[in-house]
Design a protein around this ligand. Structure first.
Ligand SMILES: *Cc1c(COP(=O)(O)O)cnc(C)c1O
Length: 418
């Protein structure tokens, strides 16, 4: 018994990591020490990643893939090194399967416009879940409108899990693509993406996983999931904004047409005919966010040094601790009680609007997100227009959870709802 307990304890000193690497968490907001619980919107950047960006800007900046001169070659090497790091981090088969994008939204738009245009025809079906982020809804609506494809929606159970039986019934030979979120930003639900993929396979459908909230919080293995596409953003995993990844199986990427034209994505250009570069470069037109790409590489190095399994364990401890405290507050309802949760806890007060909750918490130095979290359909499913969401990272601790709970009790006092 004792051994089992020991084997799941973290071996990393997360409080030391917090004070050493995240100076922003030492600052005050509205005269109170900052408690940052909006990691699902964007995570904080450790000193190591900020330093790497700074060094690039000060001493290494040049355009990539173009110059014969040393600086350009150095920048290209540093920028391309990220592809190898991403490949290892998510266990892709090769660096040819790693496309640089500007974020999850851009990655999904790429698949919709390239794969969708290639594969979708009239009355073909695209299956989404009811808990998708707008980024995994709107691009499909746009391409459905252009191709005549139809969108089918998997309902979510009262607890906040995907209804797997309903999913099974929606699948058919008309299904061309299933696009589902790995971890919900609105509910915190961790979806069984391996099983979802396997079921789609039986109908010959491709699968895209929106991994924006999964990659920062757990080990992700795209070959184990066996999905066709996997999308995520650098700024939610300790990296900079403006950069993201689309993983795609090579067989798809080779067949898919480019989606944006310009420099770098071509093989040869004449006014009569242009031929394209190979994947992944045919999808990467124009000068990319070079510093941000190098920054993602530094963020992956950073996360790997701590260890994703350690991060997952530590976050689970703090999230479980916060959950138990929040459950004890009268007048608060959790938004979603999924079977498996990661990072995010959303809730509503019976009598108080989420925006008021967020404003009063901010006065206490506690940063949370309020609103619809870019997932209006799932809020509507539960009859809400706004929730308050606290989302945790490995640098958050029990004290942060206590400060949140203190703040929530203060909100209650302020509105005298007891
Ligand atoms: C944040 C998020 C997105 C969009 O990511 P961007 O970085 O804004 O492109 C998509 N899906 C989920 C689940 C998210 O949390």
């Amino acid at each position: 018994m004792k051994e089992a307990v020991q084997s799941i304890a973290t071996t990393v000193d997360f409080n030391r990591i917090r004070s050493r690497d995240f100076p922003i968490l030492e600052r005050e907001v509205n005269g109170k020490p900052l408690v940052y619980l909006d990691n699902a919107a964007s995570s904080q950047m450790p000193r190591q990643v900020a330093d790497r960006l700074d060094r690039y800007h000060r001493m290494e900046h040049a355009n990539v893939h173009r110059g014969i001169h040393t600086l350009s070659q150095e920048a290209t090497d540093a920028y391309e090194a990220t592809r190898e790091k991403v490949k290892t981090f998510i266990n892709a088969g090769s660096t040819d399967e790693i496309i640089y994008t500007t974020g999850t939204t851009d990655s999904i738009n790429l698949v919709a416009n390239s794969f969708g245009r290639l594969k979708f025809g009239k009355d073909d079906e695209i299956i989404l879940s009811q808990m998708e982020h707008h980024a995994n809804i709107v691009p499909w609506q746009m391409i459905a409108e252009q191709t005549g494809a139809v969108i089918k929606v998997i309902p979510v159970t009262d607890r906040g899990d995907i209804d797997m039986q309903a999913y099974k019934e929606l699948l058919s030979d008309k299904t061309k693509l299933v696009a589902v979120v790995h971890v919900s930003n609105a509910l915190g639900t961790v979806n069984p993406v391996r099983e979802i993929t396997e079921m789609a396979r039986q109908h010959g459908a491709a699968v895209l996983i929106d991994g924006a909230q999964a990659v920062p919080h757990q080990t992700v293995d795209v070959q184990e999931i066996d999905c066709d596409f996997y999308a995520f953003s650098a700024h939610k995993m300790c990296g900079p904004t403006g950069f993201g990844i689309l993983y795609g199986k090579k067989e798809h990427l080779d067949a898919m047409p480019p989606y944006r034209g310009g420099g770098d994505m071509i093989d040869k250009v004449t006014f009569e005919k242009t031929t394209y570069n190979i994947a992944p470069f045919k999808f990467e037109a124009g000068t990319p966010p070079i510093a941000a790409g190098i920054g993602l590489g530094a963020a992956i190095d950073y996360l790997q040094e701590i260890g994703m399994d350690q991060i997952a364990l530590r976050e689970q401890q703090v999230v479980d601790y916060a959950l138990s405290k929040i459950r004890d507050i009268n007048g608060i309802r959790l938004f979603g009680e999924p079977e498996k949760r990661a990072s995010a806890i959303a809730f509503v007060f019976d009598q108080i609007h989420a925006h008021d909750v967020g404003t009063i918490l901010d006065k206490q130095g506690v940063a949370v997100r309020t609103g619809h979290h870019c997932a209006q359909p799932i809020l509507e499913r539960f009859g809400e227009s706004a929730t308050t969401r606290a989302s945790f990272s490995f640098y958050n601790n029990e004290e942060d959870a206590d400060r949140l709970v203190e703040g929530l009790n203060y909100v209650k006092e302020f509105f005298q709802t007891d």
